[in-house]
Write a new protein. Structure first.
Lengths: 270, 108
């Protein structure tokens, strides 16, 4: 018997991770790719009994946020199951990071997971000067009450949260990289630093909902982590233009495989 | 033989009905089609043996219902439900986040 809730939960838990595996930053430079007001919409599908089944909508949005002292940019990624799945296993996850719009340095990261009654919230307050992160994890007890776990983490100078990492890749000078070249990156996820390797496999032209696009084909893999399976089984296609939009991703996890396909892209900088 | 075929068609029709209620209703087509073929065979065998065919007619009714459900679920469009409560919650969360960010000074 197929355990649908388990499959979907595993799938959704890893969906952002998959994006990250593929998308990682090499150098944190000036942001000349991401503009406030951008919105990318994807369909996430999972292979069930040999057929790709659309499970959820994933959106990536950017917005300018003003405080009395600064102008920041909010990077928000959301995953929500389509209504036909809601009676079986409703998922509503939000990942967001507030960054410096000039260089995408993160200040605050929030992650809220709502998956079939399971709730978890993570918050990271970055202090780049000290190389630390104040972490607050909030979970829900069975009686409906909440409890917090606070930690002070020491991180590497290039460690970033998952959302920032996803956007970083679009700032990379991929056109300068040689085919076959790779680099390692570090992501802070669930209070742990995870190392990831990204490799440029080449260029490919693929058909998408937003047209036929020439893309950079990237491979991602995690070191000392079994979230992703197979060699060159986790792939990401970024448009080979100034926007470097992620238009397609394929991933393989221990419980199966799936893909992300772009549906629309608006508010692009270029 | 007749009893075996009839029993199998009943079991597969029930499996088809259960699977057809899932969002991936098309998976139900496999047991539904097999149940239909076995149902036809069971119906023919029952007529040859002059046995009651009521149970097989019930199986056909279940098959038709399952097929309808499977097609409905397979063709149902993918939609995202956004409720007002979620929007308000997000606005409140954004407001609280903004307050947390008040002390931040951007480094160039």
């Amino acid at each position: 018997m197929i355990k649908f809730p388990l499959l979907i939960k595993n799938f959704m838990n890893r969906i952002f991770f998959v994006l990250i595996l593929i998308i990682s930053s090499i150098v944190q430079g000036q942001n000349n790719t991401i503009a406030a007001g951008e919105k990318l919409t994807f369909t996430a599908s999972y292979n069930m009994s040999g057929l790709m089944t659309d499970l959820a909508q994933v959106t990536m949005e950017t917005e300018e946020v003003n405080t009395s002292k600064a102008t920041l940019m909010r990077l928000r990624c959301k995953a929500q199951t389509y209504n036909k799945w809601d009676n079986f296993f409703a998922i509503n996850d939000t990942y967001e990071t507030y960054v410096n719009p000039a260089n995408l340095n993160p200040y605050l990261h929030k992650r809220e997971i709502n998956e079939g009654g399971y709730f978890k919230k993570m918050q990271y307050n970055f202090d780049r000067g000290l190389g630390t992160v104040k972490s607050v994890k909030t979970k829900k007890r069975k009686d409906g009450t909440f409890w917090d776990e606070k930690k002070n983490l020491i991180i590497g100078s290039k460690t970033n949260d998952i959302v920032t990492t996803i956007y970083y890749i679009r700032n990379l000078d991929i056109h300068k990289a040689a085919i076959g070249s790779s680099d390692n990156f570090t992501i802070l996820f669930d209070n742990e630093e995870t190392s990831m390797k990204i490799t440029l496999l080449g260029k490919e032209t693929i058909s998408t909902k937003i047209g036929k696009k020439e893309c950079y084909k990237l491979s991602i893999s995690l070191n000392n982590n079994d979230v992703l399976s197979g060699s060159n089984s986790n792939l990401l296609w970024l448009t080979a233009d100034a926007n470097k939009i992620p238009v397609y991703a394929k991933f393989k996890v221990p419980v199966g495989n799936g893909e992300l396909k772009i549906q629309s892209a608006t508010g692009l900088k270029h | 033989m007749r009893v075996l075929v009839t029993t199998l068609s009943i079991i597969l029709a029930i499996i088809g009905l259960v699977l057809s209620s899932l969002p991936i209703g098309y998976i139900a087509l496999i047991p539904i089609i097999i149940a239909f073929i076995l149902g036809l065979l069971a119906f023919k065998l029952s007529l040859n043996d002059n046995k009651n065919t009521t149970i097989i007619k019930v199986v056909f009714a279940v098959i038709i219902i399952s097929l309808g459900l499977a097609i409905y679920n397979a063709l149902k469009p993918n939609e995202i439900i956004v409720n007002q409560e979620a929007i308000e919650k997000q606005k409140q969360s954004d407001k609280e986040t903004l307050e947390e960010l008040e002390d931040i000074e951007i480094e160039d």
